[in-house]
Design a protein around this ligand. Structure first.
Ligand code: HEM
Length: 332
């Protein structure tokens, strides 16, 4: 038997590289490199700290004392990321040509900086937001989907057969192919339903008193939307705890999408603050899954049975697998 691959780790490196290629036109990290793992530790550390209840939020007098050390620890993580971004910005300044078409987001941001419309600090904070929001979320989603598929081998085969039938053998799935793969899309929706990577979305605050369904949400209250619970609500979803992508091919559910219009499935939020990375995440998640399933067979390590795969969750701001999924790739 071959060597097992840590799917979450490989997906994280891919997300990191897709994001850095989009933002800076460079690939950030080779696979199996320490730099990718270091970046993952930093992103996970930030997520854990932002997601932890902070006593200082409830008792502002404690803010300076920072009793749980959350602010101190987060500052260390931020500084690590800012040092990396400083290196990348300096490199870009050396190679960038003035005027003309911009080849990536960073060049456009540097242009604004040179016109005094954005400080270097603004650029670094914007990049930090995008990296923290976009890497761990997409790779976590890929890991949960692969876990569900490995627990349900007949559904894994159905995804693979769809790719071979519609795209052809030995061909790579392209972005433009995604709408032609309805079963893969149903698998992704079903995973978002059961494992929303941001289970409480992101904390919001009520600007005024609002009444919703007879309940008053008072001004300034912190509002968390429990999409994890609505995804498992048996009043909305029959067999709510089972992984049944087929439900999204049924005429009763096939119009339900996660773009913020169908409130029973809003893993990216909805309305004005809906995730701005949704279109990119949509492409990244489907392409990574199609590549993993379309190009390799996957076997569980000896002695692990599909139904015994660990499904425990670990909660920061995002919901990750507590025990990483490790599987052995085989030739198809
Ligand atoms: C599977 C992948 C992803 C999921 C599930 C996800 C989910 C979310 C959610 C739930 C929010 C909060 C919405 C709210 O306030 O109610 C959010 C915000 C955000 N996301 Fe994503 N996201 C993903 C990928 C990405 C990617 C790839 C990017 C960057 C390119 C990104 C950038 C952002 C940013 C910048 C915000 C903050 C927006 C704001 O505060 O207005 N996300 N995301």
């Amino acid at each position: 038997m071959g060597r097992a691959v840590d799917i979450g780790r490989a997906a994280f490196t891919t997300s990191l590289n897709l994001m850095s290629a989009t933002l800076f036109s460079v690939e950030f990290a080779p696979f199996n490199s320490d730099s990718s793992q270091e970046m993952r530790d930093v992103v996970w550390g930030v997520m854990k700290n932002i997601g932890s209840p902070n006593l200082a939020d409830y008792f502002p007098v404690l803010k300076r004392a920072d009793p749980q050390g959350i602010l101190r620890e987060t500052t260390v993580y931020f500084e690590k990321l800012f040092a990396i971004f400083d290196r990348i910005i300096d490199e870009k300044l050396k190679t960038k040509t003035s005027g003309g078409e911009k080849s990536d987001l960073l060049e456009a941001l540097i242009d604004l900086h040179e016109r005094d419309e954005l400080s270097r600090n603004d650029i670094k904070h914007l990049l930090l937001d995008l990296f923290v929001a976009g890497t761990d979320t997409t790779s976590g989603m890929v890991e949960w989907t692969m876990t569900e598929l490995l627990r349900n081998p007949e559904k894994l085969s159905r995804v693979r057969n769809e790719i071979t039938d519609i795209i052809g053998e030995n061909k790579q799935v392209q972005e433009s192919d995604i709408p032609r793969l309805p079963y893969l899309q149903a698998v992704v929706k079903e995973t978002f339903r059961l494992h929303p990577v941001a289970p409480f979305l992101v904390p919001h605050k009520a600007e005024t008193d609002v009444e919703i369904n007879g309940y008053i949400v008072p001004k300034n209250a912190q509002v968390l939307v429990n999409v994890w619970a609505s995804g498992r609500d048996s009043g909305i979803w029959p067999n709510a705890d089972s992984f049944l992508p087929e439900r999204f091919l049924d005429h009763k559910y096939d119009k339900i999408d996660f773009r913020g219009n169908d409130f029973e499935l809003i893993p990216f939020g909805a309305g004005r603050r809906i995730c701005p990375g949704l279109p990119l995440a949509y492409r990244m998640v489907h392409l990574m899954l199609a590549t993993l399933v379309g190009n390799f067979g996957w076997e569980l390590e000896e002695s692990v049975k599909p139904q015994e795969l660990d499904m425990n969750e670990k909660f920061g701001l995002t919901l990750q697998k507590a025990i990483p999924l490790k599987v052995v790739p085989t030739k198809l």
